[in-house]
Write a protein that binds this ligand. Structure first.
Ligand SMILES: [Zn+2]
Length: 264
């Protein structure tokens, strides 16, 4: 059996209906999400658990080639309504990063960003409980989804440490992992995340994860509601957020030039 030397982490947001081009960037239709998962399965890929991902990073465990980690930011109700059944069918686990003070509420942080001003419901406590027995694990996406790079030391402590303790009270288990809101962080945020007791954090920097990846800058591929299954496959193949053919051609041209360079 061949084993993975690099593992992509996929990042989705909302699953449901998108009502304008802005929403399509952060929202995928239930039908397209199911197509994505079936396409990955048909390509011989399979989602691994968060525990296995970190065991692999720490060289404590091998994972088969084609392994990837599936993550959802924000904790929208559509994950339960539309993703849970297909993931159960495939036997695939997934991780959801929750905004700990908005559980059962709405994604109010997007209100000023979304041109329509619409907000969407977030998972509530009972649904989170039900999903835990279906293979979902839950970790932190802060308390209120701020841009962490703009906060004072006290505010950072509240968002990072506070969110961990909110979720540990809710889940009655330890919460080790963080996803930075908007993918934004700086050195002060990284230090605060370590001090708040997290073991690792997920960014939105594209690329692959190898064993030597900085545990507080884990890379993820941003999957949007306009990605066809083949664009998704190209993003995974090249480890980048551009799933277009143009990107593939650029990549192969680069390789040819590299080879020519070696020969001369
Ligand atoms: Zn978010």
């Amino acid at each position: 059996m061949s084993t993975s030397r690099r593992i992509p982490v996929l990042m989705y947001h909302r699953i449901g209906a998108a009502h304008n081009p802005w929403e399509r960037r952060y929202c995928i239709s239930p039908a397209l999400f199911a197509k994505h998962m079936r396409h990955l399965s048909a390509c011989g890929m399979r989602a691994c658990s968060l525990d296995d991902f970190f065991a692999w990073l720490d060289r404590r465990k091998d994972l088969p080639a084609g392994s990837f980690l599936l993550t959802f930011d924000d904790g929208f109700t559509g994950i339960f309504e539309h993703a849970a059944s297909i993931l159960q069918e495939l036997g695939w686990p997934a991780t959801v990063f929750l905004v700990s003070q908005l559980i059962g509420k709405q994604d109010v942080w997007w209100r000023t960003e979304n041109p329509s001003g619409a907000t969407y419901p977030l998972l509530d406590r009972d649904t989170i409980d039900a999903m835990r027995s279906m293979g979902f694990t839950f970790h932190s996406h802060t308390r209120l989804h701020p841009d962490l790079t703009t906060l004072s030391e006290d505010q950072l402590f509240s968002e990072l440490h506070g969110s961990r303790s909110d979720l540990e009270n809710l889940l009655k288990e330890e919460v080790h992992y963080l996803a930075y809101p908007y993918g934004l962080y700086n050195e002060q945020v990284l230090d605060a995340a370590r001090a708040a007791g997290y073991k690792a954090a997920f960014s939105t920097q594209p690329g692959f994860n190898r064993n030597d990846i900085d545990r507080f800058r884990i890379r993820r591929l941003d999957i949007s509601g306009t990605d066809t299954p083949s664009m998704l496959a190209r993003k995974i193949h090249f480890g980048c957020n551009d799933g277009s053919w143009r990107q593939s051609i650029r990549y192969y041209k680069g390789r040819v030039i590299d080879r020519l360079g070696i020969r001369h």
